[in-house]
Design a protein around this ligand. Structure first.
Ligand SMILES: *Cc1c(COP(=O)(O)O)cnc(C)c1O
Length: 454
């Protein structure tokens, strides 16, 4: 309901009268009114009603180093005074973008030493699509156009991003996907594994890639894109057999592999990239989110040396954005990566907080509503079910949304994807804060169960 607090009320009126929010039901939001977030520090947010909320989603998977780091504000302010903007189009460059490209190549997997910058992850994937096709055209194989992607993957919300993604509710609006993008099944054992064991299902799901390549003809396939762990689809950690089988298939066919690292990148798994975690060898990696900890928009595409060698023979790449490599965003990203490195934040996730979060989260397995707890690094998912043994859902009850609302009301942000509750807290979360997160999650599961029974 809209608030009784006059200040909150005034902001909610502005929302209804003037603002169109992303991924929202405009009409419903205008009646209900958004929650107004006014400030944040560390892993906590505060709303305009004075509630303190533990941000179990790091904003939208992005606030790696936590809220309120003055160093990033200072880096932005200094860069704005020195050189607030200049473009990179006409054979010019500026120090922050060059330094950032260098630093990223230091932390990226071996042999990935060049970066094309964009304003977002979606733009990174648009860039990928055009670069893949350009690459094959330079190599004299212009028919290798098709990009294979996965159902329920998420690759952004531009026309190419939404097409690459496998979200049917996005495809339904605006006549997507665009031609030249096809989707194979996802490695989501809990929902789709049926009678197969997770290991069998992982191999089956990976084999779908080979079948699709053969069906289309390898001469028509440019690339395969995948998130190492699907984020927006519901923190889908593939069975252990999945990536090894995919690697065998990729080794067999001459196509490019693109890892969408927008969520997994910059420490989320306890390694710098999800590709490091799974030992993948991508030709390109899409980045955004954790790159700047969300303090300012920036994305990009990290490209393997062999691919760059081919692109170097192709003349102009007729693609780019006004804000590609924006100097202020680059300065903020540099400071963010400096903090991640110097404070050994990813090492701490790897050695301490990720094992602790994963252990504590799995304690929720004893709850009657919980069908599975899974996760890697500081990513976690809790499947809500009616029957643990058969993995049957409470059909049509919107259990995830009920639970999400209880979380909100009890000072925890946990997101619902259908009946899957997901978390991805800031990488700086402490063990005590993890205890608070898990305690609140349990309380909200209890409240959800009572609501279903009442
Ligand atoms: C968020 C996300 C994107 C899109 O990034 P935007 O900055 O929102 O355009 C792409 N891929 C993945 C895996 C994401 O999670």
């Amino acid at each position: 309901m809209t608030s009784n607090n006059p200040q909150t009320r005034a902001w909610q009126d502005l929302s209804r009268d003037h603002h169109l929010a992303p991924f929202s039901d405009f009409k419903q939001l205008s009646v209900k009114g958004p929650r107004i977030i006014t400030h944040a520090k560390g892993v906590y947010l505060w709303d305009s009603e004075g509630h303190q909320i533990l941000d179990g989603m790091a904003g939208l998977w992005c606030v790696a180093i936590g809220y309120g780091r003055d160093e990033l504000a200072d880096a932005a302010s200094k860069q704005m005074r020195e050189l607030p903007y200049y473009n990179l189009f006409f054979q010019t460059a500026h120090p922050p973008v060059l330094e950032l490209a260098k630093v990223i190549s230091e932390i990226a997997p071996e042999g990935m030493n060049h970066v094309f910058f964009t304003g977002s992850g979606s733009e990174g994937n648009d860039t990928m699509l055009r670069m893949v096709r350009h690459y094959w055209a330079i190599k004299g194989q212009p028919n290798k156009k098709v990009i294979i992607s996965r159902k329920n993957g998420y690759h952004g919300s531009t026309v190419a991003g939404a097409s690459l993604g496998g979200m049917t509710y996005m495809h339904e609006q605006g006549d997507l996907p665009i031609p030249g993008i096809v989707h194979i099944p996802q490695p989501y054992w809990f929902a789709e594994g049926g009678e197969m064991s997770p290991e069998e299902f992982g191999v089956w799901a990976a084999n779908q890639l080979e079948e699709k390549i053969l069906e289309l003809g390898v001469d028509n396939v440019g690339a395969f894109i995948a998130e190492p762990i699907q984020g927006a689809g519901g923190v889908i950690v593939p069975p252990d057999s999945y990536w090894p089988r995919i690697k065998e298939i990729l080794a067999k066919y001459d196509i490019l592999f693109v890892a969408d690292e927008v969520i997994c990148g910059f420490g989320r798994t306890g390694e710098w990239f999800g590709s490091d975690f799974y030992g993948l060898k991508p030709h390109m990696m899409t980045i955004a989110k954790g790159l700047t900890s969300g303090y300012i928009p920036m994305g990009g595409l990290i490209v393997r040396d062999e691919v760059v060698a081919v692109l170097n023979e192709g003349g102009d790449f007729n693609h780019g954005f006004t804000y590609s490599g924006h100097p202020v965003a680059a300065a903020v990203a540099l400071e963010n990566i400096r903090i991640l490195r110097e404070e050994k934040i990813i090492e701490r996730v790897h050695n301490e907080t990720a094992p602790y979060l994963q252990k504590r989260l799995r304690e929720l397995n004893d709850h009657p509503l919980v069908g599975e707890v899974r996760g890697v690094g500081l990513l976690g998912a809790i499947e809500l079910v009616k029957d643990k043994a058969t993995r049957a859902r409470y059909e049509g009850k919107g259990v995830g949304m009920i639970c999400r609302q209880f979380c909100f009301d009890n000072g925890l942000i946990m997101r619902a994807v259908g009946d899957t509750m997901i978390i991805a807290p800031p990488l700086v979360i402490s063990k005590t804060e993890i205890d608070e997160l898990v305690a609140k999650a349990r309380k909200c599961l209890d409240l959800t169960l009572s609501a279903l029974q009442g």
